[in-house]
Design a protein around this ligand. Structure first.
Ligand SMILES: [Zn+2]
Length: 571
C-alpha cells in the first residue's frame, strides 16, 4: 500500500539499554511463538489454494535476494521475472506488450549528467563532495556568470530575500537551528523552488550538518513515470553546499551579512540531470472464459509487484520490531516519537524476550512480505486454482500485478490509461493489498476470518452484496470490517492502492486487506510473520467472488455516480 504519511522510511532507532528493566520470562515465549523460520525450502505447489503453497511462494518472492523490489531496480526485475515464470508455467495467455506477459512502463531513472561542474571565481567545485545537487526537473537553468546574493535564513520570510529581488540571481540561504540546537539541514525544496522560481540557482548552506544516511539517500537516483503531456517549466538549479563552498560564494563570513547583499562573486556551470530508462513492468495474463460471448468481458484480479527497496544503513531487526510494537503499532503510518519511560521498559521486555530465542540480526531490506507479497502470491494461487478447475469461469479472468504502486499507483494508472484489453470490457477489479496479517495482536478485533473491505459499494451495490453473499457461503466465518471505507476516513485507503485507478473509470472495485500493522513499510515486513492460514482463507474468498462475478448472466450493475477519471480521488 502506498504510504499515507510523511514518516515513510528510514527511521533510525536507538534504544538506551541502560534505562530499561529486566523482562519477565513469560513474555519471551509469547513474542517468539509467532515467528516462523527465516528461510523455507520451496515445495512444489498444488492446484488448491493452500497455506503451504502460499508459504513457498512468499518466501521466494519476499526473499532478501529480491532487494525490496523497488521499481526501476534489478530486484523489481527479479520479482516480476518470478511472476512471469509462474504464469507461463500455468499456461495463461500473455496480455502485455507484443505478445509478452510484461507491460513496460515509461519509467526513467534521473541522475546527474556527466561533466556537470560549478565554478565560483576561478575555483571549480566537485559534486557530491563540495555540494549535493538536487534534481529540479528536466528544464533546470544553467548558470552563466550568475551573481551571488545572500538570501537570509530559510523559513523566515521576514528575513528572507523577496522573490523579485532573487530573479536571475544565485541565492544562498543559511538554515536555522532546530530545537535540539543543531542546524535544521533540510529545507522544503518544492516550496522553496516555487517561492524563488525566477532565481538562477538556490544554494542551501547546510551540507555539513546533513547526517550521512540522508546524504546517501539524497544522492540516490530518483525514478519517475514519464507524463508526456506535461512540459516541464524552467526552474532554478538547486543544491546543498558545504561551509567551505559557502565561504567561496559569499567571500566572507555570513555573520553580519544582510539579505540581498551581492557578494560580488559569480557562479558558472550547470546541474543538469538526465533520464535513463529504468525497468518497471506490470505482469498481465489472461485465463480465457469458457462462454463464447461472455469471454469478451473480464474480471480483473490485481495486486502490486513492487515494494520500496532497501536502506544503506542496517538497523537491528528485533530492536526496531520491539520499538514499533510499542510506539508505532501502525508502522510507517504512525509518527516516530521518543518512548516514555514505561514504554521504554516494555520495549526492553520484548527485545530481551527476542534475544533469548535468536541472536541479533542486522536488517536493511524492505522485504514487503505483506505489502504486497501477500497479494502477489495470492493472485498466483488464484490463477493456479482456476487454471486447474473442472469448469472454467464464463467470463475471462485478467490477472494483473502492477508495478510502482508504492511510487504513486503508477502501474495501475498506466494500465487503465493504456489497457491491453478494451477498458469497458473489464466488469470489475478485485484488488488485494496486504492480506497476510490481521491477527488480534496486529489489528483491534483481528483474528481468523478478519478482513477489511473498501470501495465495494462505491460504484455497484450489486458487487458489495455479491462479496457478502460469497463470504457467507464460505467454510470460514468472515468478519468484514468496513470502517476504513467510511467517507473521509483519515487513512484514505480508497485512494491509496491500485483499485482507485480502475474506479476512476467507473469500473466497480472491491479492495481486500487485513490492514496496517507494526511492520508496515518497515524492514521487518517479512515472511516469518505472515499468517498463512488467514492468507489462504482470503485468497479463496477473492477467487470465489471472481468466479461468481464471472459467471453472472448479466454484467455487474453500476448504480452509483462515476468519478472524474482525471480528477482528485475523494474517499
Ligand atoms: Zn506499501
Amino acid at each position: 500500500m502506498l504510504v499515507g504519511s510523511p514518516f515513510a522510511r528510514r527511521i533510525l532507532i536507538a534504544i538506551a539499554a541502560s534505562t530499561v528493566a529486566a523482562p519477565p520470562f513469560a513474555v519471551a515465549q509469547n513474542a517468539a511463538s509467532r515467528e516462523l523460520p527465516l528461510k523455507h525450502a520451496p515445495q512444489p505447489t498444488t492446484a488448491e489454494i493452500t497455506p503451504a503453497d502460499l508459504m513457498t511462494r512468499l518466501y521466494i518472492f519476499s526473499d532478501d535476494s529480491m532487494e525490496g523490489r523497488r521499481v526501476g531496480t534489478i530486484g523489481h526485475q527479479r520479482g516480476t521475472a518470478y511472476i512471469e515464470r509462474e504464469v507461463r508455467r500455468l499456461g495463461l495467455v500473455p496480455a502485455g506488450d507484443s505478445g509478452t506477459y510484461f507491460q513496460n512502463l515509461p519509467v526513467f531513472e534521473r541522475t546527474l549528467a556527466a561533466g556537470q561542474t560549478l565554478s565560483v571565481g576561478g575555483t571549480t567545485f566537485k559534486p557530491w563532495v563540495d555540494y549535493l545537487p538536487r534534481d529540479n526537473g528536466p528544464n533546470v537553468r544553467s548558470l552563466n556568470q550568475a551573481p551571488v546574493v545572500f538570501g537570509g535564513s530559510w523559513g523566515d520570510t521576514a528575513t528572507m530575500l523577496s522573490p523579485s529581488a532573487a530573479a536571475g540571481k544565485f541565492i544562498v540561504l543559511i538554515v536555522p537551528d532546530g530545537p535540539d540546537g543543531k542546524p535544521q539541514w533540510q529545507v522544503n525544496r518544492p516550496v522553496l523552488t516555487r517561492y524563488y522560481s525566477d532565481a538562477a540557482g538556490i544554494a542551501i548552506a547546510s551540507l555539513d550538518a546533513m547526517d550521512p544516511q540522508a546524504r546517501q539517500t539524497l544522492a540516490e537516483p530518483t525514478v519517475d513515470l514519464q507524463s508526456p503531456e506535461a512540459r516541464a517549466p524552467e526552474l532554478p538549479a538547486f543544491l546543498y553546499v558545504t561551509r567551505a563552498m559557502l565561504d567561496a560564494l559569499l567571500g566572507e563570513s555570513t555573520r553580519g551579512l544582510t539579505r540581498g547583499r551581492a557578494s560580488g562573486k559569480m557562479v558558472t556551470g550547470s546541474l543538469r540531470f538526465t533520464d535513463t530508462r529504468a525497468p518497471a513492468r506490470n505482469v498481465v495474463a489472461i485465463l480465457p472464459g469458457s462462454d463464447p460471448v461472455l469471454k469478451r468481458e473480464y474480471v480483473a484480479i490485481g495486486a502490486h509487484n513492487d515494494h520500496i527497496g532497501f536502506d544503506h544503513d542496517p538497523v537491528d531487526h528485533d530492536s526496531l520490531r520491539a520499538f514499533n510494537t510499542v510506539v508505532r503499532p501502525g508502522g510507517a503510518d504512525d509518527a516516530p516519537r521518543t518512548p516514555s519511560a514505561d514504554e521504554a521498559a516494555r520495549i526492553r521486555t520484548i527485545l530481551d524476550s527476542l534475544r533469548r530465542v535468536h541472536t541479533p540480526r542486522r536488517d536493511s531490506i524492505y522485504n514487503g512480505a505483506d505489502d504486497d507479497g501477500s497479494g502477489t502470491v495470492s493472485v498466483l494461487e488464484i490463477a493456479e486454482s482456476l487454471v486447474n478447475a473442472r469448469v472454467r469461469p464464463k467470463r475471462s479472468i485478467l490477472f494483473i500485478w502492477h508495478a510502482g504502486e508504492e511510487e504513486g499507483l503508477w502501474g495501475s494508472e498506466y494500465f487503465t490509461d493504456h489497457p491491453t484489453v478494451p477498458r469497458d470490457s473489464i466488469v470489475t477489479e478485485l484488488n488485494i493489498d496486504m492480506i497476510g496479517r490481521g491477527r488480534a495482536d496486529d489489528v483491534k478485533g483481528g483474528g481468523p476470518g478478519y478482513v477489511q473491505l473498501s470501495g465495494s459499494r462505491r460504484l455497484s451495490t450489486e458487487l458489495g452484496d455479491l462479496v457478502e453473499t460469497v463470504a457467507k457461503s464460505e467454510p470460514t466465518t468472515f468478519r468484514i470490517d468496513y470502517q476504513y471505507d467510511a467517507n473521509g476516513h483519515p487513512q484514505q485507503y480508497y485512494c491509496r492502492s491500485d483499485h482507485y485507478e480502475y474506479a476512476r473509470y467507473g469500473i466497480p472495485i472491491a479492495f481486500f486487506s487485513t490492514g496496517g500493522h507494526r511492520d508496515y513499510h518497515q524492514v521487518t515486513d517479512e515472511a516469518q510473520y505472515i499468517d498463512y492460514d488467514q492468507l489462504a482463507r482470503i485468497a479463496t474468498l477473492v477467487r470465489d467472488v471472481a468466479e461468481r462475478a464471472a459467471n453472472l448472466d448479466h454484467r455487474l450493475v453500476v448504480d452509483k455516480r462515476k468519478p472524474d477519471p482525471h480528477g482528485q480521488c475523494v474517499q
